[in-house]
Design a protein around this ligand. Structure first.
Ligand code: VG1
Ligand code: CO
Length: 543
């Protein structure tokens, strides 16, 4: 075994987006593509000697090859130890958990999360820091800057190691410890939730369906829901991680998780349904013939947090991404705690959690989490909901309707226009930006504009500022239209249109969502000339 220094040249476009670097598998497997990026990460984080790195991925195509490369490079940089999930598997929240538990200096997650996988699909890589959370922008910016000047990378010429046997092996001076991907995570969940009460629900006949979507969460859900909590075998469907996710798209929304939605719509539907995404950090919660909007889910968990042993003491604050509905703000106000509004992406929650300014965080994109780790966490949200069902002895739908009756309902929807022309998308955003100054005070349909801006965020902990985080048009009654471009896609651009309207009157809580938001949808379409500029007369995905 020897450490080699290989000459390379900068590769364009290695800029991390909302959540790491994501590209087509074909791009990632080009010579030196992965090596260049990993070298830039190691150069940015500084001296790795004696440090521990956590490594794992969501099992998608190219995962096992990439794991071997990262191991050889970590060995060449002096890491003392790598904690590697068996089979190269670790969910994103499990990586966060293991980093924290073992005092690792960081972790590399190999995943493109909710993006499709397989040889023609996407691959991705993300660096997490010592608190277990995604590297903040100043680090991802520095990594990108480094990719533009890279001349060499360091790698061991050691042979591949066996990824599937628990225990320790060496590469150069570095110990690779292959760990059970589930054990640490399951132990943490046991500390946070009332497993006896949830187990009693299953013993009493509660039926659930958890759709693993052939992605990383299957083994976690099977171990925790079926083996530890006693849910009947078969409660977890599509539980085996597959390199191509079984041909599906592991993005848990009612469109992609159609098998789950079909089951939850049957006459003998289970009482509770849930799905997670490629890397296990998202959650979709479904009742019988009843979908829970992610923004509502955050608000409901916050309002009832003390039912779970891990949150008995209450919350210090709540944080939500800007496009996420204001339902959580109403709960925060009632609890007398602050609610923070951050840009999209989990990296912005890290400082608030570290400073104990927020306990629960959430995004409208099926992401919810807390200070137990520094990532959003799909199965955690599912267990929280089960703990809530156990405490309330009510159905999912009853819990949501009761919440609306108390706090009012924030009607909410997101319209995605995927794979549109990048230049047209940029022009659309610029054209709306150009109108912002003239909007306040203007009457649009039944609404009057109160505020129109391009959201910028000043981190209350370190004072760093992030600009251009999404256009928001806020009406005098609090209704909102938000527009931004996705930072996770790999093909063309994706326009996201977020719509929100608050309704206090319980008699008005039964309107179909798209109808309730019809006025705002029409205004957004006109302001942004969406169909003219995208060439689409409807969104590709509506959630
Ligand atoms: C999307 C979501 C965002 C989420 C991000 C990563 O980003 O909107 O809320 O944090 O994906 O989620 P964007 O830039 O495409 O809107 V995951 O589960 O793909 O890591
Ligand atoms: Co994800």
């Amino acid at each position: 075994m020897a450490i080699q220094v290989i000459n390379t040249a900068p590769i364009a476009g290695q800029q991390p987006g909302t959540s790491g670097l994501r590209k087509k598998v074909g791009v990632f497997s080009e010579p030196q593509y992965l090596e260049n990026f990993v070298q830039s990460v190691f150069d940015t984080v500084g001296d790795c000697h004696g440090q521990t790195l956590v490594l794992g991925g969501d099992g998608r195509y190219y995962n096992r090859t990439a794991i071997q490369t990262v191991l050889r490079m970590a060995a060449a940089h002096g890491y003392a130890r790598v904690l590697l999930g068996r089979g190269g598997i670790l969910s994103t929240p499990a990586v966060s958990c293991v980093i924290r538990k073992h005092g690792a200096s960081g972790g590399l997650i190999l995943s493109a999360s909710h993006n499709p996988g397989g040889p023609d699909g996407d691959f991705g890589i993300k660096y997490n820091i010592a608190n277990g959370g995604p590297a903040p922008e100043k680090i991802t910016d520095a990594i990108f800057a480094r990719t533009k000047e890279l001349k060499q990378y360091r790698i061991s010429d050691a042979p591949d190691i066996d990824l599937d046997t628990l225990g320790e092996v060496r590469i150069e001076q570095m110990v690779v410890e292959v760990i059970d991907p589930v054990a640490h995570y399951a132990e943490l969940m046991q500390q946070l939730f009332d497993f006896d009460a949830i187990g009693a629900l299953f013993a009493g006949g509660l039926r659930i369906c958890f759709d693993g979507m052939h992605a990383v969460s299957g083994p976690y859900a099977t171990a925790i829901l079926e083996d530890m909590l006693g849910a009947p075998k078969g409660s977890v469907i599509n539980g085996l991680p597959l390199a191509d996710f079984g041909g599906g798209h592991p993005d848990p929304n009612p469109v992609n998780a159609h098998e789950l939605i079909a089951r939850m719509s049957q006459d003998d539907a289970p009482d509770f349904g849930a799905a997670s995404d490629g890397d296990g950090d998202r959650n979709m919660i479904v009742g019988r013939r009843f979908d829970v909007t992610p923004s509502d889910s955050l608000a409901i968990l916050a309002a009832n947090a003390t039912v779970a042993p891990g949150y008995r003491e209450g919350l210090t604050g709540i944080a939500r991404s800007m496009p996420t509905s204001g339902a959580a703000d109403r709960v925060a106000a009632a609890l007398g705690i602050p609610c923070f509004e951050t840009p999209t992406g989990w990296k912005f929650f890290g400082n608030l959690l570290d400073a104990d300014m927020a306990t629960l965080c959430g995004e409208e994109s099926y992401g919810t989490g807390s200070n137990h780790v520094r990532e959003k966490d799909g199965l955690w949200a599912v267990l929280f909901w089960l703990n809530l069902l156990a405490a309330k002895q009510q159905s999912v739908e009853e819990i949501v309707r009761a919440h609306w009756a108390t706090y009012g309902r924030n009607y909410y929807s997101r319209h995605d226009y995927e794979g549109i022309d990048s230049a047209a998308a940029a022009q659309l955003m610029d054209a709306v930006r150009g109108q912002l100054a003239g909007l306040p005070g203007r009457q649009l349909g039944q609404y009057t504009v109160a505020l129109a801006d391009d959201f910028s965020y000043t981190d209350p902990v370190d004072g760093s500022v992030s600009y251009k985080q999404g256009i928001r048009i806020i009406m005098t009654d609090g209704s909102r239209i938000v527009l931004r471009l996705s930072g996770t896609g790999t093909e063309g651009a994706t326009l996201r249109l977020y719509l929100e309207r608050y309704e206090a009157d319980p008699a008005q809580h039964g309107i179909p969502t798209q109808q309730a938001l019809g006025g705002l949808i029409a205004i957004a379409g006109q302001l942004a000339q969406i169909s003219e500029r995208t060439g689409r007369d409807a969104p590709t995905v509506t959630t």
